[in-house]
Design a binder for this molecule. Structure first.
Ligand code: AMP
Ligand code: MG
Length: 381
């Protein structure tokens, strides 16, 4: 994806495409971090000490005086330290003697109550690197460095097409044999969460003509997701239409369950996915294959491992033909994550998925895994 400039107010969650360097030293000057009196530490080594007040330094208005022996300057948090002073005594540790003199009650050492110039950052130091997903805590630095506009990756536009003669819209009541289209909404949310821009294409019906017109439109975007119609059924025409449009298919079946009928290819600059229609399969296939493609398009730097490791709470039988990626419940206890498969009734059981908080990966293997064995999982939270 090319980079584009967006306003500071709208860059949260976007992928940064420039290195952000500090525009100056921070703090820009030796600065008070207490309200009180700027002093020479040697004058207040022995207390109480009475000092003459020679001026005032407030935030935004530096004192035009210097602090010499036996004198001090009233100072507020954020104000520049006057010349000659090397410590700030907080006002709570002083008492007024007259309008022009103050009694210091506690000794201060050089550097107390202040932050030296460049203590936080030096001018030119890189604070945020290209590829970073902009987080809440990054907004402050961007503002501080004067970045009213920020260069970020343009969001890939991801066309989403549901297919099936049985599908009705969410606002409709299914009649016999019909179900509501949930995949379009699941995929819409997944695309947003992955930092891309969904382009809803509605529902395509299980005939060549209708699929042609929808898929033709979808191929004009950066990525096309088609859900359903990629299995072995008599009315699964999606791959035929991909072929008609000259989509170069790289794979059309994955040894994974659920999610076996997952198709991936490209045409020109468009990446094309045929995702299995079963709602849980669609999500699993999206997480395993679409998310990494979107991250790569966005030039997003990996932020931590995608998979974490947990110990199995109970023995699990493996499948010798396919890797199983199943809804699971994970919790942290002692020094590791513990995980067990969640109750669910197969790849259409959306409620079962919703009750889970992770997907556990049970590797393709003969036999079983035992309690305590380490497995990979993907968090759903
Ligand atoms: P298919 O891959 O087209 O054979 O669909 C597999 C199963 O997923 C069928 O039971 C479909 O009814 C169901 N399904 C397909 N598309 C959707 C969708 N958009 N929303 C919910 N369920 C779907
Ligand atoms: Mg179908």
């Amino acid at each position: 994806m090319p980079a584009e400039a967006v306003s500071l107010e709208s860059c949260l969650g976007r992928i940064l495409r420039e290195d952000i360097a500090s525009d100056s030293d921070y703090p820009r000057f030796d600065k008070a971090i207490r309200d009180g009196f700027a002093v020479r530490a040697e004058d207040v080594a022995g207390v109480p000490a009475v000092l003459r007040i020679v001026g005032e330094s407030r935030a935004g208005l530096a004192a035009s005086v210097a602090v010499g022996p036996g004198t001090c300057c009233e100072i507020m948090t954020g104000a520049p330290l006057p010349d000659g002073a090397d410590a700030v005594v907080m006002v709570e540790h002083t008492e007024a003697v007259s309008d022009f003199t103050v009694r210091i009650l506690r000794a201060a050492r050089e550097g107390d109550g202040l932050l030296r110039r460049a203590a936080e950052l030096r001018a030119g130091e890189i604070v945020l690197s290209s590829g970073r997903r902009i987080q809440l805590a990054d907004i402050g630095p961007l503002a501080r460095f004067g970045k009213s506009e920020v260069l970020v990756s343009r969001k890939p536009r991801v066309a989403i097409l549901a297919t099936g003669d049985e599908l009705v819209e969410v606002g409709q009541s299914p009649e016999s044999g019909q179900i509501r289209n949930s995949n379009s909404y699941t995929l819409h949310a997944e695309v947003v969460a992955a930092g891309a821009e969904p382009v809803p294409l509605g529902i395509g019906r299980d005939n060549l003509e209708d699929l042609r017109s929808h898929i033709g439109r979808g191929l004009q975007h950066d990525v096309l997701l088609v859900s359903g119609g990629v299995s072995m059924g008599k009315y699964d025409f999606v791959e035929n239409v991909f072929a008609e449009f000259g989509v170069e298919v790289l794979f059309e079946s994955v040894s994974m369950k659920p999610g076996k009928p997952t198709v991936f290819g490209y045409r020109n600059d468009t990446f094309v996915f045929g995702l299995p229609g079963n709602p849980v399969s669609t999500i699993v296939a999206f997480r395993m294959f679409v998310t990494p493609v979107l991250q790569s398009l966005l030039k997003s730097a990996p932020s931590g491992p995608r998979m974490l490791r947990a110990r199995l709470e109970t023995a699990e039988k493996c499948d010798s033909a396919r890797t199983a990626i199943v809804p699971a419940l994970v919790r942290f206890e002692g020094e590791s994550y513990w995980i067990k498969t969640a109750p669910w009734k197969g790849s259409s059981d959306l409620a079962g998925l919703s009750r889970a908080n992770a997907l556990v990966v049970l590797p393709q293997a003969e036999g079983s895994l035992q309690r305590g064995d380490l497995v990979d999982f993907l968090s759903l939270e």
